[in-house]
Design a protein around this ligand. Sequence first.
Ligand SMILES: *[C@@H]1O[C@H](CO)[C@@H](O)[C@H](O)[C@H]1NC(C)=O
Ligand SMILES: *[C@@H]1O[C@H](CO)[C@@H](O)[C@H](O)[C@H]1NC(C)=O
Ligand SMILES: *[C@@H]1O[C@H](CO)[C@@H](O)[C@H](O)[C@H]1NC(C)=O
Length: 347
Amino acid sequence: MLESKDVVVVPESTQSLPLFPFFCAPSLSLLLLLLSYAETNRVHTSTLTKPSLIHPTAAVHPDAVIGQGVSIGPFCSVGSSAKLGNGCRLYPGSHVSGSTELGDNCTLMTGAVVGDDYPGRTVIGSNNSIGYHAVIGVKPQDLKYKQEDECFLEVGDNNDIREHTSIHRSSKSTDRTVIGNGNLIMGSCHIAHDCKIGNNNIFANNTLLAGHVEVEDNVHTAGATVVHQFCHIGSYSFLGGGSVVTQDVPTYVMVAGERAELRGLNLVGLTRCGFSSAEIRNLRTAYRNLFMRVDANAGSLEERIAEVELHEELGHVPAVRAMLQSIRNSFAENRRGICKIRHWNAS
Ligand SMILES: *[C@@H]1O[C@H](CO)[C@@H](O)[C@H](O)[C@H]1NC(C)=O
Ligand SMILES: *[C@@H]1O[C@H](CO)[C@@H](O)[C@H](O)[C@H]1NC(C)=O
Ligand SMILES: *[C@@H]1O[C@H](CO)[C@@H](O)[C@H](O)[C@H]1NC(C)=O
């Protein structure tokens, strides 16, 4: 990792900078200023394979650690405890502050803000794109939080976080907000303090997750989904547009509605994710036995779970067992239970 003193400022005449249109049409006097500024700052060029390009109007603290091949556009700021990995690109007017680390190849679009100066830390992995005016790794919106407490956010690799999204740090030093890898978080989403988000999820725009929400993997939320604090969302589930989710969503299912109710299995998602037709058939049978029994001796949910578990065929299908476990977990102490079943034939 290179220290920031190795950073050079190179004007358009010696390096092409397609990233920043600002460079392309400077006035003559500005160009001359850039050239003379560059003359005095090019001392380290020969020692570098891939110099970093820092626009003269960017405020980069001398103690910031800047990797190779980083470009920092006009009017950006990078704080003293910031660390930018190789190949990071900061579009004009984006900001990195506080104790904040970006891995390699991260892109901050115009107006993106990553980290803030409160105690704690924000760590972002590699290959993440942070959209226009997204605000990532700032202090939580939680009355429990005290100004002197350390708070944390960790983001993995290959996430696409779109415009206006906000992701907050934990509310306590003993917890952290975590985002895994390969998530697509569309515009104007909110991920609150202490949420734990897994991998390869897609949150459509305006998905709002309250504090301490846990989302496993391969979950898809449609637009304007809101999730109550402390809910768990199981893998491969689908949350319909406008859902208000106030209880857990078991793995593989679909929920929808303004008190979200179970609406069957997420068949489209399961097929897309490569579940075999045999697995899907078994899951459907299990779902029917769990949630669609109308006979008088159907028993409680707990009894029906036990019945499916003991079923000579279903009980041995790993996907079915995962669904049963997911439901059981939701009824453990301090958990919220699962969304109610939708009864179409209610008279
Ligand atoms: C960053 O991008 C370069 C060029 O595409 C690639 O060689 C490198 O492996 C990437 N770094 C990481 C950590 O993915
Ligand atoms: C980042 O992206 C590059 C190019 O797409 C890929 O080769 C690399 O493995 C990715 N890095 C990580 C850490 O996933
Ligand atoms: C919301 O998301 C949809 C895709 O699900 C997209 O087509 C649309 O442009 C988005 N709208 C906004 C305002 O981001």
